[in-house]
Design a protein around this ligand. Structure first.
Ligand SMILES: Cc1ncc(COP(=O)(O)O)c(C=O)c1O
Length: 381
């Protein structure tokens, strides 16, 4: 019995997997069970930012693993405090809460919005994706994801993404928060416009709701800045983060302004594993490596180079930094064909490839990928 058959006998079939079994990773490269090598342009979906098994990351996590893994938030632990101090510096936000995933970060942020404003209504956008838990799903656009689980949390209003007029119609004095992805990831890499984000903050000032930036996918250097909010020169009231925060080690978080933190009290929210010493150490090591190896700058530079090369072979692109959407005709077919040629890419829909490689990627690796994509888009459309 092979791995595919074994998987089908023991795992709930929630995933449509590519036919490959990965067993090892090194830098931007993955190795399958047969020893075949692949260039990884998915990075665990915008997650493994420092590359697979970075030696400094491995040694820091290993050292912490031998010291202390978990004790509960009933007690103080040093990596959690150090990580929050570091995040203060790189986000400009004041106080933090740690959890284990993006959806959990969104859940916490929605609860915070209700508690702090005393209001009920959430406003989200067409195309949004915020996660699969009941709260996060309630502000997620795709009907297919939401429908089987209704009734979800209400009231939620969806305004058209990048449509200032529709935004103005949907927000009011009952709105607890507006939750927005600065660049929509799952929808296929669609950046918010500057005017749209400006309008979100103007409406906030008029109506007194909270602005939540969901930076789960865009955070930690992905877009060529530490956080995508910097492209818009704004500071959200609440920001969610996860994915690249631990470069593959599960950790998520919420950052808030001081005025919001002041209104939150003990026992109103919690997580058993959230902010445990091992996860916080993984995140601290990730940030340390990003700073030392200037990966935010590399994301900007290599993102530009990658987009330029793709345009040269006749492909249209969207996005910022190393969060790249590529317009194609038959994306799912391309994903399978690329895999056969040793290139791991992801499609968000039949017309969009999403390229979100490790932020350590270099020109030679990009050239390798472009060569394969050039060949495939010529032969398969
Ligand atoms: C913007 C955004 N928010 C939230 C999530 C949910 O994160 P997780 O899968 O870690 O729960 C995702 C995942 O793709 C995301 O892209």
């Amino acid at each position: 019995m092979d791995w595919f058959e074994r998987e089908s006998k023991v795992l709930i079939q929630f995933y449509r997997r590519q036919p490959v079994v990965f067993v090892k990773g090194e830098g931007c490269w993955l190795f399958d069970v047969n020893g075949k090598k692949y260039l990884d342009l998915v990075a665990g979906i915008a997650t493994v930012s420092i590359g697979h098994c970075h030696p400094h990351f491995v040694s820091k996590v290993e050292e912490q693993l031998r010291k202390l893994v978990h004790v509960s938030n009933l007690y103080y632990t040093t990596p959690q405090i150090e990580l929050a101090e570091k995040l203060q510096k790189i986000t400009g936000l004041d106080k933090f809460f740690f959890c284990n995933s993006g959806a959990e970060a969104v859940e916490a942020s929605l609860k915070i919005a209700r508690k702090v404003t005393g209001r009920k209504k959430f406003v989200a956008f067409t195309g949004s994706f915020h996660g699969r838990t009941m709260g996060a799903l309630s502000v997620t656009w795709k009907e297919k994801f939401r429908k089987p689980f209704e009734p979800l949390i209400q009231p939620v209003e969806f305004a058209r993404f990048n449509d200032v007029h529709d935004l103005e119609k949907k927000v009011d004095d009952d709105t607890a928060c507006v939750i927005v992805e600065p660049i929509q990831g799952e929808a296929g890499v669609h950046p918010a416009s500057k005017e749209f984000i400006k309008a979100v903050f103007e409406e906030r000032d008029e109506h007194g709701f909270i602005v939540i930036f969901d930076e789960v996918q865009t955070g930690f250097g992905r877009t060529g800045k530490w956080f995508a909010k910097e492209h818009f020169k704004v500071q959200p009231d609440v920001m969610t983060m996860a994915k690249a925060m631990g470069s593959g080690f599960p950790i998520g978080g919420v950052g808030v302004r001081e005025e919001i933190a002041e209104k939150l009290e003990p026992t109103e929210h919690a997580s058993t594993f959230g902010g445990n010493p091992l996860a916080c150490t993984a995140s601290l090591a990730t940030i340390e490596i990003m700073e030392k190896e200037k990966l935010v700058e590399n994301s900007e530079k290599m993102g530009e180079y990658f987009r330029k090369r793709l345009e040269e072979i006749g492909l249209k692109t969207r996005g910022l930094g190393l969060m790249i959407g590529v317009e194609v005709k038959n994306a799912f077919d391309l994903v399978s064909k690329a895999l056969e040629r040793g290139l791991v890419v992801n499609a968000t829909s039949e017309d969009t490839l999403r390229l979100v490689p490790p932020l350590i990627i270099n020109r030679d690796e990009i050239d390798f990928a472009v060569e394969i994509l050039a060949h495939l888009t010529k032969t398969t459309g």
